[in-house]
Design a protein around this ligand. Structure first.
Ligand SMILES: C[S@@+](CC[C@H](N)C(=O)[O-])C[C@H]1O[C@@H](n2cnc3c(N)ncnc32)[C@H](O)[C@@H]1O
Length: 327
């Protein structure tokens, strides 16, 4: 299935988009002590330069990029401002000349380039919202194939204030695609578990073991299985248990003043679901660096790109020095 719009890009050639200075720096990446890369540039340029450099051979030899997470601007048609500043400071612009076509062109080029970089057993998570998720889904269907849709996740951001005039939007959409039938999904990770509801605990988890732990027993094909309440249950496509406040409230430890910052717990779930220790994670709209910090925490390698000076400044302040920086 293809989506057509005015001036949809036809040929996307990384050799025309790449920047020699970035390529030169990436060519010496194999000599660096670290595997992590932070690039400040437009993402089409950053990615194309990576494709045209020696760095990609080194990355592919280490297993390639297994997971891409992107959280692009949502086409709010506004500038996103840094929080808690006396003067207005723009973090990044999300205007695209008020043209949906122009916005979709950017996303289309980006996803085409990312597709060529992703390893054959890799996955991509595209985090958007109600404004563009329907269009982006069809773009992803076209590039990845609709059969490779592995999740249409609804993240309940539950940000409090509700409009009395119309239905308030209270969720983001995260579209998950794999490149092939072979992909990582660590369903046994603790980070993919959520608490049982009160009613389920009361109804089903009535038994206690010798240590006082509540459990239930279920028979499947005449075999008996024990489930402990404290282990939680595997989450499905609706995520209600991760609060956006974790990243948006000045009272929280991880808050940075960068607008649209995402919670570390959200990225922890995504990264632990779709990659393994030592794998490479790529984020070409890294903003305040949440995905990169989380990749570090979970012992993954990472490549982060953003064009915003403030984004890179904040990202660096959240990281140790273990990365190769290209600006
Ligand atoms: C929604 S924010 C990402 C927030 C991030 N996930 C976090 O947790 O902080 C989108 C980011 O995309 C960046 N961006 C937008 N267009 C870009 C482009 N063409 N190249 C590189 N970065 C871009 C913006 O600077 C902004 O930081």
């Amino acid at each position: 299935m293809n989506l057509y719009w005015k001036n949809k890009p036809e040929k996307i050639d990384p050799s025309l988009l790449s920047d020699k200075k970035i390529v030169d720096k990436l060519n010496v990446y194999p000599n660096q002590k670290t595997k992590n890369i932070l690039i400040r540039s437009d993402n089409k340029v950053g990615i194309s330069s990576l494709i045209n450099s020696n760095a990609i051979n080194e990355i592919n030899e280490s297993g390639g990029i297994k997971l891409i997470y992107i959280d692009p601007p949502y086409f709010t048609e506004k500038s996103q401002l840094m929080k808690k500043t006396k003067k207005e400071i723009i973090a990044y612009k999300d205007i695209y000349n008020h043209s949906l076509e122009e916005y979709l062109n950017e996303i289309y080029i980006q996803i085409k380039l990312l597709y060529s970089l992703l390893s054959d057993d890799g996955s991509i998570y595209v985090h958007v919202d109600y404004r563009t998720s329907s269009y982006i889904r069809i773009i992803l269907d076209e590039i990845f194939g609709y059969k490779n849709l592995r999740g249409y996740l609804i993240w309940n951001i539950d940000n409090g204030a509700k409009s009395k005039k119309f239905w308030s939007n209270q969720h983001n959409d995260i579209l998950v695609y794999s490149k092939s039938n072979k992909f990582i999904f660590n369903s046994s990770s603790k980070l993919l578990k959520t608490d049982f509801s009160e009613s389920s605990l009361k109804t089903h988890f009535r038994k206690k073991d010798s240590e006082g732990r509540a459990y239930r027993e279920r028979k499947i094909n005449s075999k008996s299985y024990k489930y402990y309440a404290e282990d939680g249950k595997l989450v499905g496509s609706v995520w209600n248990d991760i609060k956006s406040m974790e990243a948006n409230s000045p009272l929280m430890k991880e808050y940075t003043t960068y607008p649209t910052q995402k919670p570390i717990s959200l990225l922890s779930r995504i990264i632990s679901a779709s990659s393994k220790k030592g794998d490479f994670i790529l984020d070409t709209y890294c903003g305040s660096g949440t995905s990169l910090i989380t990749a570090n925490n979970l012992n993954r390698n990472w490549i982060g790109i953003d064009q915003s000076e403030n984004a890179i400044k904040i990202t660096k302040s959240r990281l140790d020095n273990n990365y190769y920086e290209i600006i």
